[in-house]
Write a protein that binds this ligand. Structure first.
Ligand code: ATP
Length: 292
């Protein structure tokens, strides 16, 4: 095999809690991760020349060693002494720097692709052991589906599939740095933490209403007061039939869950007309990622 095209799916957080700040500066989290069918398409092509190169459909993305795809591919290339090269084409659709793990899922696809194209024979677990060196969410992005993520994000407990629903993903025009969000999180002032255990129970029972009622992200305590557009999008979608809406990750992307496709479609069309969003999509949940 000389060429492989993979869909690298985005994630949303059905729940996100920060348990504590470790002395080394990392935050311990408890998150409910969920893959959605919104994806970047990556094409990996073997080259005789011993180099890793890439191109992307978005000018602002790095195409050098700062891209997580190149970092992931070169980690395996060096460890296994691969003497051939790769050219990678990235078609980005996942909102960038938006709380949807776009870079992490691209890195995950690179791990999967290099493993397959060069016949390394690594298991998912072995890929995950290496993936955490690129980013705490990369192991999750290799596995996908519904999962409880703990530690700094690398301790994964797979959960049964979350109940089927329709999902609006809406990114406002603002940019929010993950670093800034964590630096401004004051855990001692957080009055209510997300009910992560209750969310796990609702997922195990297959109760969409239980999931929607427990959507909660402690990082909203930082972003919502500073960026009112996040609350505006949530409120707008709530009034148009969403069972629940929440900011994903460190934001600013908001997602909303619907049990009715037509209602979701018309809410999306109305949302686009408001001008509140730079990107908005209707999608669904999925269990698979890094697939052809
Ligand atoms: P997370 O949900 O993990 O916090 P994010 O959605 O906040 O991720 P990304 O989309 O992964 O953030 O991008 C963050 C930064 O990483 C971008 O500003 C970009 O310069 C850099 N980056 C490196 N590689 C990639 C990639 N393949 N796709 C997107 N961004 C990348």
């Amino acid at each position: 095999m000389d060429k492989l095209t993979l869909k690298a799916m985005a994630k949303i957080n059905l729940g996100l809690d920060v348990v504590r700040r470790r002395p080394d500066g990392y935050h311990e989290v408890r998150m409910i991760m969920q893959t959605v069918k919104l994806y970047d398409r990556l094409t990996f092509e073997k080259r005789k020349e011993d180099a890793l190169t890439m191109e992307a459909n978005m000018k602002k993305l790095p195409v050098d060693g700062n891209n997580l795809i190149i970092r992931a591919a070169s980690l395996l290339k060096e460890e296994f002494g691969i003497r051939e090269g790769l050219h990678i084409r990235l078609d980005k659709r996942i909102p960038v720097a938006a709380g949807m793990a776009g870079g992490s899922t691209d890195a995950a696809a690179a791990f999967v692709a290099v493993n397959r194209l060069f016949g390394l024979g690594l298991t998912k677990e072995q890929l995950c052991e290496r993936a955490v060196r690129i980013g705490a969410d990369v192991p999750y992005c290799i596995c996908g589906g519904t999962a409880l993520s703990e530690g700094i994000g690398e301790k994964l407990t797979p959960l049964p599939s979350a109940p089927d629903c329709f999902v609006i993903v809406a990114k406002p025009h603002i940019h929010v740095s993950t670093k800034w969000v964590y630096q401004n999180l004051h855990l001692d002032q957080v009055k209510e933490h997300p009910d992560i255990d209750g969310m796990v129970e609702s997922i195990r029972r297959g109760e969409l209403s239980g999931v929607a009622d427990r959507l909660s992200n402690v990082l909203e305590t930082v972003t919502v007061p500073k960026y009112p557009v996040i609350a505006q999008i949530k409120e707008f979608l709530g009034k148009r039939g969403a069972l629940g809406a929440l900011m994903s990750g460190s934001g600013p992307t908001v997602f909303a869950l619907f049990d009715d496709e037509r209602k979701a479609q018309s809410a999306l069309e109305e949302l686009k007309k408001t001008g509140l969003t730079a990107q908005a999509y209707l999608t669904t949940l999925t269990d698979t990622t890094c697939v052809e």
